[in-house]
Design a protein around this ligand. Sequence first.
Ligand SMILES: Nc1ncnc2c1ncn2[C@@H]1O[C@H](COP(=O)(O)OP(=O)(O)OP(=O)(O)O)[C@@H](O)[C@H]1O
Ligand SMILES: [Mg+2]
Length: 359
Amino acid sequence: MGVAIHIDNVTKAYGKNIVIQGLSAEIKPGEFFTLLGPSGCGKTTLLRMIIGFNTIEGGEIRVNDKVINSIPTNKRNMGMVFQNYAVFPHMSVRDNVAYGLKTRRMPKAERYRKANEILKLVKIDQYADRMPTQLSGGQQQRVALARAIVIEPEVLLMDEPLSNLDAKLRVEMRNVIKQIQHQIGITTVYVTHDQEEALAISDRIAVMHEGVIQQIGTPKHIYQRPANEFVSTFIGLSNLLDADCSGDVLDFGKGYKVPMNTLKEGVNGKVHVAVRPEEFIIHTDGTPGIPATVSSSVFLGMTQHYFLTLENGKEIEVVENSDLSDILPDGTKVTLEVMPMKVNVFDAQSRHTLIREGA
Ligand SMILES: Nc1ncnc2c1ncn2[C@@H]1O[C@H](COP(=O)(O)OP(=O)(O)OP(=O)(O)O)[C@@H](O)[C@H]1O
Ligand SMILES: [Mg+2]
């Protein structure tokens, strides 16, 4: 079983510029934990604090309850994989992987045996004698992964390891990484700004914005019950609609009211309702709903996408599973019903969720 990492109220400043202030998170033993957020939000900064490339200006990081703030990187027993592979170009694949064991003074025969074992695990043993320049991007990234795990670190850190690969290879490699992580059970902190990758690969995700963790949760929870409007729009697509709320009823205007049973107690006033494209039902028979007009549509085989315009000019995207019925022509007037159990509701001012815990 892997180690636990406690990040406790940490602060990072570059000179006078504070980029992370009082951030806390708990990473469980053997967990695949992902930091997800837009460019510049502090993901790499936090990862570098964990491995020791960055100083920590406040708070502490503990590994299995041992404070590591002032332990040098080479004593932290962590492996890291970078975006740009960082393999040694003048060494064969096998020597690249064995290098970390050499610096730990492992005898030659033993380190080659160990390197071969790990090369098998990441499925590049057939390229062991090649030079890195003779490998594809995905293969080089496997070498980098092998190099990080051969030293049997307690913690594996990965900073956007797939962002230099093409889309198809990214999907393939994220499965490889997930599988190997699961197999060796190593506590892993993974950084990405790709939300789909984060959803696919993680046990839990921490969504970051401007140095602050907005929410920590399983991929499913973060997608279905975002803590605030930032998370709701950053993960997947959310259509935000204005409504008034009183007595557990959302009033979208024009007589369309939706009773809710997922709200916290006593919600009153102006709210934003976040409706994902798959959380609408389109009606053409005058069923009560939000009036809208089809402006365009795209058929994607499995799904039918509609782009609609509301009476206030707002653009909305709706996705339906495709069926045998005719595609609605542009200009069709419809009403949009929302699925009350699924939608999320945010306070119009604070932008925080008004959905009850556990709903
Ligand atoms: N060495 C440094 N000196 C000063 N400021 C820095 C330094 N490294 C990062 N920063 C600043 O800290 C903030 C966070 O940067 P960081 O690299 O952690 O972002 P990131 O979330 O990893 O972004 P990206 O997705 O683009 O890699 C940014 O505003 C950045 O400009
Ligand atoms: Mg970064």
